[in-house]
Every structure is written in C-alpha cells, then in structure tokens.
Design a protein around this ligand. Structure first.
Ligand code: ADP
Length: 427
C-alpha cells in the first residue's frame, strides 16, 4: 500500500469518525428532547383528565383547554378554580398518570387562594417508601390570586429521563468501542508499514554491505586462477591477502548482525570490572580513530572535566559503545571531522559526550535513531554503510549498566551523543 493511499485512508477515517461522533451526539440530543416532549404531552393529558373529573364532581363543566401550565421542566400547575378534595385528587392523579405510563415519584401540592398558602402537600412514592418531604418543590407562580390550583412536581424527572436513554448509552458505548478498534487497526497498519519499510531498508543495506566484499573476492579469485600467477609470488600474496581480509570483514559483519539479533531477545551478560576511563579512551582513539580522522584532515580532542574517573563496567562492551559512537561521528560527516569527547563525573554518574560536526539529524528522525534497523532514509543512495543496529546496541548496553543515552542534534551543524553510566554497577 502506498503512502498516499494510507494517508487518504487515515484522513477519511478521521473525518468519518468525527462525523459519526457528531451524528451520535445530535441524535442523542434529539432523542432526549423527544423524551421530554413525550413526557410533557402525557403529563399534560393526564392532568387535564384529572381536572375534568374534579370539575365534573363539582358539577362544573367549564372549558379545561389551557388550565395546565408547565412552570418548570418538572413542575406543572393546574388552575381548577373550584374546590379541590385532596384525597380525590391523589386517587385521580395516581390513576391518570399510571394510564399514561408515567411511572415516577411525584409530589402533590394544593394551593389555596384565600389563605394564599399551600394547604396540602404529599409525596407519592411508587416503591411505597416513606414520604419524602425533603424535596423542595418549585414555587407557585405569583399571579394566583383568584384561583384554586393544584400542582404536580416530579423531583426525579432527570433520573427518569436518563433511564429512558439507556439504550442510547449502550449504542454510544458500542460506537466508542468500534472507533477504538478502528483507531487501533489504523495504528497497526501504520506500524506494519513502517516495519516493512525498515525491513526493506535493512535488506538493501545488507545487500550493499555484502556485495562489495564478495565482488572483490570474486575478482581476486579470478586472478588467482591464472596459472602464471605462481611466477609472481608477490602478486599472489597480495590477492590472497585481499581475499583473506575481505572474508574476515564479511565474517565480522555476519557476527555483528547475529550478535545484534541475539541481543534484542536476550539480556547480555556483563563482565564487570573497575577500570579507569581515560587510558581506555586514549587506547581506542590512538589505535583506530586518530589515524582515521587525521587521514581525512580532521581532529579529535578529549576533555576530562574530572581527573581519574573510575567506573565498574564491562570493558569490552563499553569500548564497543564508544567505538560505535565514534564510528558514526566519522561516518556521518561530509567535511573534515572535528570531534570533541567530554568526560565528567557527577553524583556517582559518569558521563561521556561525543560531539561531532557532521550532517546532523532532523527532529523527526531523532526519536527513531535508537530503534532496531532504523537508518535515516536517504532514498536510493547508500553511500554510508550500516545496518541501523549500532545505536540500538549502544542504548541497550547503557541500560544494562543502569545508565542511559541522550542525543541532541541539528541538521548540517552536528550531533552530540551523551552516555551516562553509574560509577558503581547496581546489582
Ligand atoms: P548505522 O549502522 O546505520 O550507522 P546506527 O544505529 O549506528 O546505524 O545509526 C542509526 C542512524 O542514525 C544512522 O543510519 C544515521 O542516519 C543516524 N546517525 C547515527 N549517528 C549519527 C551522527 N553522529 N550524525 C548523523 N547521523 C547519525
């Protein structure tokens, strides 16, 4: 799958997810409003019926069209303008609300316009528990001077409506799960894609790393096939040495790959010993890097901020770590390499920083350089050889020592890798 297709799939999925969530919110809101309206319609109908019955009992046949008012979402008043028998009212309300499927606790209030007071108040609980007089009902409207009113208050209306919405909650949960699964699937596709690119890069690098020595060995062995070569022992030795060197180089590369592959799974066993940093560093630099860097017209300096730094480490692995970082500092430098190594000891932690003036690493690649097989993409140009395993190994060894590695870098300016190793190995 190409990057473009993946990007389109990603964008479409995000847009669809946003639209689905927005639609769900909209539908839930609508459904809630519908529930409220239905409740209101049923309650109004029930209250009108109650009023009609009350009036009929008083032989009053007045119009009841607009006698029910919804003062608040959960508070209704009914203007009866006649005597109200509270016992009859209670019975009628229970019956009519039940007929309308309004199965929820409510409170009855009867307002007397002469005394301007609530003369009757009762909490009707459906599950027959005790009266609940703690609930403060909404206030009667002010302009009730001339009429007798009764009112019905539903203190638990919100809970009731929320219960009615449970099926929506369930569908939202299913939708949410679906979106999580979709996000995970997209994330997996991206990860797989990155892994397959890394693998492809690795195979490319391997091929390049092995192709050159194999070609050299092939040419040299062709030369050795010539029977006349025995007459020129110097040439013969020369070609035999080339074959031997290249074979050794190949063996070394294969060993390196195998060791790295193994180190990903196992915990490397360390042979700890107390060593002094400076002589070890100078040994590595003098033997390998000084000649190499000088041959390219560059320079390498060591700065010891603390005298005589000793630490307990696996000498071989720490040498490899420093070697890998120095290899990179030279490899990824297009001009004359200028490398500064700074060593320090602070709070029982030894730090070794290797700063170069190389090509640098962009911010987006910086977070990946320690991943296995990761090499910064360079298109089809494979001018610098490598497997993308060196820094992964360096970090692994630092961590195994109880330490860590940090990197800072700027494109075209250079990079600084700093390793931190505890002075004393923690068992
Ligand atoms: P490699 O075998 O490719 O050198 P590493 O794990 O050592 O593998 O490095 C991973 C990648 O990080 C390299 O491919 C390179 O692009 C980048 N890198 C590492 N060190 C440096 C450096 N000092 N300067 C610039 N880029 C670097």
């Amino acid at each position: 799958m190409s990057n473009k297709t993946l990007r389109i799939i990603f964008i479409l999925s995000v847009v669809c997810a946003i639209l689905t969530i927005a639609t769900q919110f909209f539908l839930i809101k609508k459904a809630y409003e519908l529930e409220k309206t239905t409740f209101n319609t049923h309650v109004t109908f029930a209250l009108k019926n109650v009023a009609v019955h009350l009036l009929k009992m008083n032989n009053n046949f007045s119009q009841v069209d607009s006698i029910v008012s919804q003062v608040e979402d959960n508070f209704y008043t009914v203007r009866v303008n006649d005597k109200i028998d509270s016992t009859v009212l209670e019975t009628l309300l229970k019956r009519e609300l039940n007929t309308q499927q309004i199965k929820i606790d409510f409170e009855i209030l009867v307002y007397d316009c002469e005394s301007e007071n609530v003369k009757f108040r009762k909490y009707i609980s459906l599950n027959k528990t005790e009266e609940n007089n703690d609930i403060i009902p909404a206030k009667f409207p002010k302009n009730l001077k001339e009429n007798n009113y009764f009112a019905v208050h539903f203190p638990h209306l919100d809970t009731f409506l929320n219960k009615e919405m449970i099926s929506w909650g369930f569908s939202s949960l299913v939708l949410f799960l679906f979106l999580v699964i979709l996000a995970y699937a997209i994330f997996t596709i991206f990860r797989q894609k990155r892994l397959s690119e890394i693998q492809k890069d690795f195979v490319n690098n391997m091929t390049h790393e092995f192709k050159t020595p194999l070609a050299t060995i092939k040419i040299s062995s062709e030369v050795l096939k010539n029977p006349n070569i025995v007459n020129n022992p110097e040439r013969l030795l020369n070609y035999a040495t080339i074959i031997s060197n290249e074979t050794e180089h190949l063996t070394h590369q294969v060993e390196r790959v195998l060791q790295m592959a193994k180190s990903g799974r196992d915990v490397i066993s360390l042979n700890k010993e107390w060593i002094e940093l400076q002589p070890m560093l100078e040994d590595i630099i003098d033997k390998t890097y000084k000649p190499l860097i000088r041959s390219r017209g560059g320079d390498i300096k060591v700065q010891m901020l603390c005298k005589s730094i000793h630490f307990e480490v696996d000498k071989l692995h720490i040498k490899n770590v420093i070697g890998n970082l120095l290899d990179n500092a030279v490899k990824y430098c297009k001009n004359k390499p200028s490398i500064l190594i700074t060593c320090n000891e602070e709070k029982d932690m030894v730090s070794i920083s290797i700063k170069d003036n190389g090509i640098g690493i962009s911010k987006e690649n910086l977070s990946h350089v320690f991943d296995r097989f990761y090499r910064i993409p360079t298109g089809n140009l494979h001018d610098v050889k490598g497997f993308g395993l060196g820094l992964n190994y360096v970090r692994l060894i630092c961590k195994q020592h109880g330490g860590d590695i940090k990197v800072s870098s700027e494109l075209e300016k250079g990079s600084e890798f700093c390793i931190f190793i505890p002075k004393k190995f923690k068992r």
